[in-house]
Write a protein that binds this ligand. Structure first.
Ligand code: GTP
Ligand code: MG
Length: 414
């Protein structure tokens, strides 16, 4: 979707999905908005189960057809993944382009992807989505707009298409591997240089990019749109004590991430496995806040991130009544990333976690070791430097990663 399109949303509530249904419809509306859609109507139905052929009942589908006849509807969006056959039946009945939640999310990812890797991953996901849908059908592919084949195919055409797509998928996977290798190398360099690394994770729209900006004053894109960030983005942050750490932004989590995107998503999060601290950013004002927290925790489990220290950052404090706020995750800090004063609060909290998790050290430096002191300040968290007049020496106290040169030196001197 490029310019604003008038869209109709469709969802069916069943005994299986009733707990999350209302929230997922709100999320669908937000997704549609993010993709430049204007929601002109929402069709909801309660059923014991989805209709095998059309998800919603036949009567409801006729109602929908009436609407698409009367109003200027550009697109119908189902909140459930449609099989190729379901998609075809529905589209034929409505005579209006129809997509599902997966296609909508793919569309948004496609628009947002900035880096080479992000673009490749989305393209791969789109091909994976459409591959099983080519059989006996040409229409679905037209949405790809890649000139792969837009008409009803004859067998030969069909086979060529499938072979071409398979070939394309293989070459994309190869390219992705090269990009990932490159990223692994730069990450290794950071590890070897003993840099303290902070990762931002959290549900989409929680405020991760805003917090990255708050800390690093970097010019990352921050938008009231879902999935504004699609690639890991690492910035340097110099803490008040002088310590230089990296802060890495990641793509937002979402409930029911389309399977085609799980790989893409995981690989962008792979980076976080090497972090020293994870800031789990949470929109404290979200109505389904706890469910969002759970979604993120579950994915962090899947990605084996649970052994890394996590600080829950409850964001958007300006949108809630602070005295009524009950946090569920600990340790935590409540703030508003939009308020510049929050920077100090967050910095102090991060500092206290560092002091808890890092190795404390005490070093005695001679007055001519000014360069070494500078190096300590830049690479470790120095909390005190005292010059002892009578002994003519510096006493430096700080915290460092176990493999740090500061710790090595302390052990040597013992
Ligand atoms: N009211 C309020 N809005 C905020 C605050 N922090 C961020 N926002 C807004 O929330 C929206 C989302 O912020 P982002 O920083 O883009 O969120 P994100 O977590 O990076 O989102 P994705 O990259 O899509 O996963 C933006 O419109 C921000 O301006 C806050 O403390 N208060
Ligand atoms: Mg972001």
């Amino acid at each position: 979707m490029v310019k604003t399109e008038q869209v109709v949303l469709v969802g069916v509530e069943t005994p299986e999905n009733y707990r999350t249904f209302a929230d997922s419809m709100v999320e669908l509306a937000n997704l549609a908005k993010t993709a430049n859609g204007e929601v002109i109507a929402t069709f909801q139905q309660n059923r014991d189960q989805f209709d095998h052929q059309t998800i919603i009942g036949k009567g409801k589908l006729q109602e929908l057809r009436q609407l698409t006849d009367e109003e200027n509807v550009d697109l119908v969006i189902f909140n459930h993944e449609l099989t190729p056959r379901q998609g075809q039946i529905i589209e034929d009945t409505l005579e209006t382009p129809t997509i599902d939640r997966v296609q909508l999310i793919l569309d948004i990812f496609a628009k947002r992807a900035r880096s080479k890797e992000g673009k490749l991953q989305v393209e791969l996901a789109q091909l994976e989505y459409s591959f099983p849908r080519i059989i006996g059908q040409g229409k679905t592919l037209s949405r790809l707009g890649g000139g792969i084949g837009t008409r009803g195919p004859g067998e030969t055409k069909l086979e060529t298409d499938r072979r071409l797509i398979r070939k394309k998928m293989t070459s994309i996977r190869q390219e992705l591997k090269e990009v990932a290798d490159h990223r692994r190398r730069t990450r290794q360099q950071r590890d070897e240089q003993q840099v303290y690394q902070i990762g931002l994770v959290g549900y989409t729209n929680a405020g991760k990019s805003t917090i990255l900006n708050l800390l690093t004053s970097a010019n990352t894109r921050e938008k009231d749109q879902l999935f504004a960030t699609l690639d890991p983005l690492t910035k340097k942050w110099r803490m008040p004590e002088g310590l230089e750490v990296t802060v890495t932004d990641t793509v937002g989590f979402i409930q029911d991430l389309p399977t085609q995107l799980v790989d893409a998503f995981h690989s962008t999060l792979e980076e976080t496995q090497n972090m020293d601290l994870i800031l789990h950013v949470i929109d404290a004002s979200a109505t389904n806040r706890q469910q969002q927290e759970q979604t993120v925790m579950q994915l962090m489990d899947d990605l084996q991130l649970r052994q890394i220290p996590v600080l829950a950052v409850y964001n958007k404090a300006d949108l809630i009544k602070e005295n009524q706020f009950v946090p569920t995750l600990f340790p935590n800090v409540l703030l508003s990333a939009k308020d510049p004063d929050s920077k100090d609060k967050l910095t102090e909290t991060i500092k206290s976690i560092m002091m808890e998790k890092l190795q404390p050290y005490t070093l005695v430096l001679s007055p001519d070791e000014g360069r070494f002191l500078e190096k300590l300040k830049q690479n470790t968290l120095v909390v005190a430097t005292d010059f002892e007049e009578e002994k003519q020496q510096y006493l430096v106290k700080g915290f460092a990663k176990e493999q740090s040169f500061a710790i090595t030196r302390m052990n040597q001197k013992k």
